[in-house]
Design a protein. Structure first.
Length: 397
């Protein structure tokens, strides 16, 4: 039977495979390398003249394939952005976060890009070159691949495409529809086989132009190459293969003409309000086996985070601030004013370096001494300082 065989292959990781997902019936909203030349003129952007740049189209899709004894997620993206002003040059620089743990890491492939300009009535395009691609270490588990498009000027269109292959099925690619600049069209598609159960969390206040779900099938070909492997599969011949055809659910979401999301007074963070969809692996269901929950209870997650060296353990390491905090504690017996004074101390001492996340990038003392850190670094340092000042403070996500 193929189902017990499939499960044994998952556990042993002894064979390689390939997958072919059934494509969505809808045509892609963007084709890399095929721009509309009218977008290089100013007449199409009268309504967006106040914006520094406009996202013309951002299209992504995620699917599964089977390789080297296990499933992996393949994410593909094509995006096109119009630069309207010099203030929009920053949108020609793109950052792709890649997760890694142990010896496994997400891999960026098929990166290509062009900058288009209108010169003397002719379209001139310039190719993204390897000298403009960089690697940065963001956190202990996140590496940033950053690239900057060439020859960008007011009126340019920048276009790029890339793929990310991930063995971390729990890290299914999220999608953000909205940006801090206007978005003409944003679309995301996902094809998920029946073996994986994801919670899908939609956020934001913008209406969907498209929200579809269709059922179909997909194919994965399991191969075994050696005599030993073939023998383990019931005496099959070396070099043989077997094809499985699980059910697959195809999702499609799209939004159009999204306004720029900008920070407003008393807003916690734009990330709490922006239109996006997040995925959380809730469980797996392998053939002939019961459903296995993956997502932990909130109580267990809380305990794991509080025991994590890059999170909860940092909260008890604020003793190095004792001398700086002592006069504040003496001067402000009222808890509210003391908390405000501690907040002001940390705010003046440490600047946000632009990196976000939940866990710290290192020891909070080092962050304080370097006067710069990620959002997690700054927040954990603040909580540790508040506790050291005798106040009741706890992290909240």
């Amino acid at each position: 039977m193929i189902q017990p065989l499939l499960r044994r292959l998952f556990l042993a990781g002894i064979c390689s495979g390939a997958s072919v997902s059934l494509a969505h019936a809808q045509a892609d909203p963007i084709k890399f390398g095929k721009i509309d030349e009218r977008d290089l003129t100013d007449q199409n952007f009268v309504a967006d003249s106040a914006a520094p740049a406009v996202v013309l189209c951002d299209f992504g899709r995620s699917r599964f394939d089977y390789s080297e004894g296990g499933f992996r997620v393949i994410f593909e993206r094509v995006a096109r952005i119009k630069i309207l002003k010099k203030a929009g040059y920053d949108y020609a620089t793109v950052k792709v976060p890649l997760y890694h743990r142990g010896t496994n890491e997400e891999k960026l492939t098929a990166l290509r890009g062009f900058t288009y300009n209108l010169v003397n009535g002719q379209v001139v395009k310039e190719k993204l070159n390897s000298e403009s691609i960089f690697r940065e270490e963001s956190t202990p588990n996140i590496t940033i691949r950053k690239f900057t498009m060439p020859n960008v000027r007011e009126g340019s269109i920048v276009e790029f495409t890339y793929s990310v292959a991930s063995e971390f099925t729990f890290n299914f690619q999220d999608w953000t529809f909205q940006s801090d600049i206007p978005v003409r069209w944003s679309e995301y598609r996902a094809a998920i086989p029946e073996y994986f159960d994801y919670k899908m969390l939609m956020q934001g206040y913008e209406p969907s132009e498209v929200q579809e779900r269709t059922e179909g099938t997909t194919q994965y070909t399991i191969r075994w190459s050696s005599t030993i492997e073939a023998g383990m599969q019931g005496g099959r011949q070396p070099g043989g293969s077997e094809t499985i055809t699980p059910r697959v659910t195809n999702y499609r979401w799209a939004m159009k003409n999204l306004p720029a999301m900008r920070e407003e007074p008393y807003m916690t963070t734009t990330n709490d309000y922006i239109a996006k969809i997040d995925f959380e692996l809730a469980g797996t269901k392998w053939p002939n086996e019961p459903y296995k929950a993956v997502a932990n209870s909130w109580e267990k997650i809380d305990q794991e985070l509080l025991n994590e060296d890059s999170f909860g353990a940092q909260l008890s390491r604020g003793s190095f601030l004792k001398e700086q905090l002592a006069p504040l504690v003496a001067q402000h017996p009222d808890p509210a004013t003391r908390a405000a004074a501690v907040h002001d101390l940390i705010r003046r001492a440490v600047k946000h370096n632009g990196n976000n996340g939940v866990t710290s990038s290192g020891n909070i003392r080092r962050v304080y001494e370097q006067k710069s850190g990620s959002a997690a670094d700054v927040n954990l340092l603040l909580i540790a300082a508040l506790r050291e000042a005798g106040l009741n403070a706890n992290p909240w996500c």
